[in-house]
Structure formats: structure tokens, C-alpha cells
Design a protein around this ligand. Structure first.
Ligand SMILES: Nc1ncnc2c1ncn2[C@@H]1O[C@H](COP(=O)(O)OP(=O)(O)O)[C@@H](O)[C@H]1O
Ligand SMILES: NC(=O)OP(=O)(O)O
Length: 310
């Protein structure tokens, strides 16, 4: 049966090590090859993606060239630029992958705004890591106005505010595109963060978590399924410890208990698990979310692969 599926692409689907455009395009070609079978199976596909490394790199380019003649652009504009660039690469890659299979489908990237609250406490507490990993020395040479955190022993990363998504403003247009049979790339990089005041929309400097934004989109367009793709096949309890265990089919209650027991790292697996819970709860548990890796996507609807949250 045809399903309306929102797929959230994790970082490894776009950028592995080399941040050059060529390398990211190649990674996205491989990603598109893996997504194509879902289209071949007849499903409606709406794709979102992260932008943490890319938008952080873009901010560095902005500050390196900053001058009165060529001022650095603000963060929300940089998010828009990464939505555009990654969407452009993915749109091309998907078209190619579908053409190879003889599938005639339009693919479109939609610049998508996401409303957040101007009072979201995240604006005073930046938590979202962006850009490259830095050594302590490199971090100390950066502006004192920026905030950095040590990221799981891998180095220091700049963090920016990450308010919670309230509403995807273009959801109605995305639904129309999907109804027309268009494969739609939307809410890239978590969406363009905006606040609304008496109908006036203004950009704010932040990066919304793409798992939360994808969940919000899935709710609004009445998706049947939310698939969150990342580098691991499952969420695990006791991750990276000798007693690590895969989480397969799991209820919202069990998963909430695992959260209380701190099984998921904030900023990495925790938002995915929280987004999955939210989607299942929003549908009164009639719909599920799946967390797994890109390699499992072809079999995702036929076999019990990944972590299925009911
Ligand atoms: N309990 C857990 N189970 C599985 N992976 C976990 C867990 N806690 C932390 N992780 C880490 O979280 C990563 C996914 O987060 P991240 O890399 O930030 O996501 P994204 O794929 O969206 O870029 C996994 O690859 C894994 O290294
Ligand atoms: N916006 C966002 O959540 O990006 P990453 O998934 O790359 O961190």
C-alpha cells in the first residue's frame, strides 16, 4: 500500500570526511541510489536533511571575508544558503537515480520556513553544534562572543541556539506538491527559523534540529511514517558499552523510561528518539517512526530493521 513517508537524512548521508562540494555531491548520489527503491515501491517521499557541518563552515567563510564592503551574512540567511545548496545537490542526484530506473518523477526543493517562539529559552542557551571540530588552541583563537562545547571527546564545536519548531509555514504547499506526485525536499537544515508577530515573519539567528523539524512536518502533512536515517542501524541501550543492546520494536513508554535512564546522548540520538516518540504520540500511536541507517532503507517496509517506535 502506498505510504506518505517523511525521511530525515543524517549527516553521514551528505558529508563523510571531505567537505568539498564534489565529495558531498558524491555522498548524496549514493544516498539517492538508496532512496530510489522507496519511490520505485510507489511511496510518496518527502525528504529533509541536516546542515550542521555545512552551515558552520559557511559561517566561517562569512567571517573570513567580513568587511564593510562585503559584510558577513546572518545565520538564518546561511541556513537558507545551505538549504539551497544541499537541496540542489540532492535534487540532481535523485533525478539521476530515478532516471536510471526508468522512473519519471519530478523532484523539487522548497525553501521552507519554520516558526519558532521568540521566547524560546534556547536563544539564551546555545546547544546546537555546527561546523568543524576544533582543537583547544583553535577554539581559543576564536571570538570570545561565540560559544564552544567539547563534543564527545572528538574536539570543540561552535554551538548556536536551536529553538523548537512550532509550525512549518509551507506545509500546505508541500502537501500540494506531494499530491501532484512531486518528490519534495523540504525543511532542510531544520528549516529557516522565523518568528511571527501579527502576521509579520522575520528570520532569527538559529539552527533548528532537523529531526524535530521533520517530525513537525510529518505531523502537518499527515505522513504515515517518519523515517530518521543516521549512521547506526538501531538506537541502543548502554550504547558503546559491553552490555549494549539493540532496541528493535519499542513502545513510547519503554523509550521514555530509557530516556530517564540516560541511554541517549543529547544532541545526537536523544533528539531522534524524542522526535520518534512525538510522532507516535501525535497519531495516538496509530503511526510509527523508525530510526535506522541508510543501508536498511530498501527493506525498511518489508523487514523488521531498525528501531520501530509505536
Ligand atoms: N543510545 C544510542 N544508540 C545509538 N546511537 C547513539 C546512542 N547515543 C549516541 N549515539 C550516537 O548518535 C549518532 C547519531 O547522531 P548524529 O550523528 O548527531 O546524527 P545525524 O545522523 O542526524 O547527523 C549515532 O551515530 C551514534 O554514534
Ligand atoms: N539542522 C540540523 O539538525 O543539522 P544536523 O542534523 O546536521 O546537525
Amino acid at each position: 500500500m502506498r505510504k506518505r513517508i517523511v525521511v530525515a537524512l543524517g549527516g553521514n548521508a551528505i558529508l563523510t570526511k571531505d567537505p568539498s562540494a564534489e565529495s558531498q555531491q558524491l555522498a548524496l548520489k549514493q544516498t539517492a541510489e538508496k532512496l530510489a527503491p522507496l519511490v520505485e515501491q510507489g511511496h510518496e517521499l518527502i525528504i529533509s536533511h541536516g546542515n550542521g557541518p555545512q552551515v558552520g563552515n559557511l559561517l566561517l567563510q562569512q567571517s573570513a571575508a567580513d568587511s564593510p564592503e562585503n559584510p558577513a551574512l546572518p545565520l538564518d540567511t546561511c541556513v537558507a544558503m545551505t538549504q539551497g545548496s544541499i537541496g540542489y545537490w540532492l535534487q540532481q542526484a535523485l533525478r539521476d537515480a530515478l532516471e536510471k530506473r526508468g522512473i519519471e518523477k519530478d523532484v523539487m526543493t522548497l525553501l521552507t520556513q519554520v516558526v519558532v517562539s521568540k521566547d524560546d529559552p534556547a536563544f539564551d542557551h546555545p546547544t546546537k553544534p555546527v561546523g568543524p571540530f576544533l582543537t583547544e588552541d583553535e577554539k581559543n583563537q576564536r571570538s570570545e562572543q561565540e560559544t564552544y562545547v567539547e563534543d564527545s571527546g572528538r574536539g570543540w564545536r561552535k554551538v548556536v541556539p536551536s529553538p523548537k519548531p512550532i509550525r512549518v509555514t509551507e506545509a500546505h504547499l508541500i502537501e500540494k506538491l506531494v499530491d501532484l506526485g512531486v518528490i519534495t525536499i523540504a525543511t532542510g537544515g531544520g528549516g529557516l527559523p522565523v518568528i511571527e508577530d501579527h502576521g509579520v515573519v522575520t528570520g532569527v539567528e538559529a539552527v533548528i534540529d532537523k529531526d524535530f523539524a521533520s517530525e513537525k512536518l510529518a505531523e502537518q502533512i499527515n505522513a504515515d511514517l517518519l523515517i530518521i536515517l543516521t549512521a547506526v542501524d538501531h538506537a541502543f541501550t548502554n550504547f558503546n558499552q559491553p552490555n549494549q543492546e539493540k532496541i528493535n520494536k519499542v513502545s513510547v513508554e519503554e523509550l521514555k523510561q530509557y530516556i530517564k535512564e540516560n541511554h541517549f546522548s543529547p544532541g545526537s540520538m536523544l533528539p531522534k528518539v524524542e522526535a520518534a516518540i512525538k510522532f507516535a504520540e501525535h497519531s495516538n500511536r496509530t503511526k510509527k517512526a523508525i530510526i535506522t541507517s541508510l543501508d536498511n532503507i530498501e527493506e525498511i517496509l518489508t523487514k523488521q530493521v531498525g528501531t520501530h517506535v509505536y
